[in-house]
Design a protein around this ligand. Structure first.
Ligand SMILES: [Zn+2]
Length: 249
């Protein structure tokens, strides 16, 4: 086998198309990528939770968290009573006091609801959002995001320096991580899974399942005007509302 043929064989092993011109191919980069894949496999669930709790603490400190005496705090305590543990997962809930219509979940069970979303929605509609966020955790969507983000080149050095233990990340590293694991848009299939989970959650708990439809319709109305927030990470509310409605009729 000549040298060029040998390179082609290695490229095939790395999953690189053999039709790719050799000169345009960055060999070091590909080996790096292959190395990071091996590392991704060695990131344990405990590591993922540890990174999420770092992120969660940092983000809580940057936001105005409602106290248990605040009206939003009280309302969320009421809505999440008995839900600190559900379907084999542990959750912790807080309200961020901001007019933004948003909510998110993290792989360590962190669920944060924004007061702007609570203003817009009825109790059962907020429960739909909570159930949807629980779904992202239950199906490991959050976990997969973290695995992918932890293997990016910037963080890889920090991780290897920590020698297999969860590293203490700097503020800027946490900021970058937040963008990747919380602010990134979910895929349509992940959205459907989380929506179906929310619907099942509402039915199991004997809340009104139509709240899933009306919550998404409200979000759809917003999408023309002040988008952003939950809509930027959770696209296509109209189609999703119709899909939920079909399952209920
Ligand atoms: Zn979602």
């Amino acid at each position: 086998m000549d040298r060029r043929e040998g390179m082609k064989q290695i490229m095939l092993l790395l999953g690189v198309s053999a039709t790719m011109p050799l000169q345009a191919f960055d060999f070091n980069k590909a080996i790096d990528a292959a190395g990071s894949l091996t590392k991704a496999a060695s990131i344990t669930d405990a590591d993922i939770k540890a990174y999420y709790s770092q992120l969660s603490k940092e983000y809580d400190s940057q936001n105005k968290v409602a106290t248990s005496g605040n009206k939003y705090g009280k309302r969320l305590i009421h809505l999440t009573r008995g839900l600190n543990s559900y379907d084999g997962q542990r959750f912790n809930y807080k309200v961020y006091l901001t007019s933004e219509v948003n909510a998110f979940a993290m792989g360590d069970g962190t669920v944060r609801i924004y007061s702007g979303l609570m203003d817009l929605m009825t109790d059962d509609e907020v429960r739909y959002v909570i159930g949807h966020e629980m779904g992202h955790i239950k199906f490991g969507h959050s976990k997969k995001r973290m695995q992918a983000a932890l293997t990016t080149s910037a963080l890889r050095d920090t991780l290897s320096a920590a020698g297999g233990k969860a590293a203490q990340l700097s503020d800027s590293e946490l900021g970058g991580l937040f963008e990747k694991v919380v602010k990134a848009q979910h895929s349509q299939s992940n959205e459907r899974e989380a929506d179906d989970y929310a619907l099942k959650f509402l039915k199991t708990k004997k809340y009104n399942p139509m709240a899933a439809v009306t919550a998404l319709q409200k979000l759809d109305k917003l999408s023309g005007g002040r988008g952003g927030g939950w809509l930027s990470t959770h696209p296509a509310p109209k189609e999703r509302a119709n899909r939920m409605l079909k399952q209920l009729s």
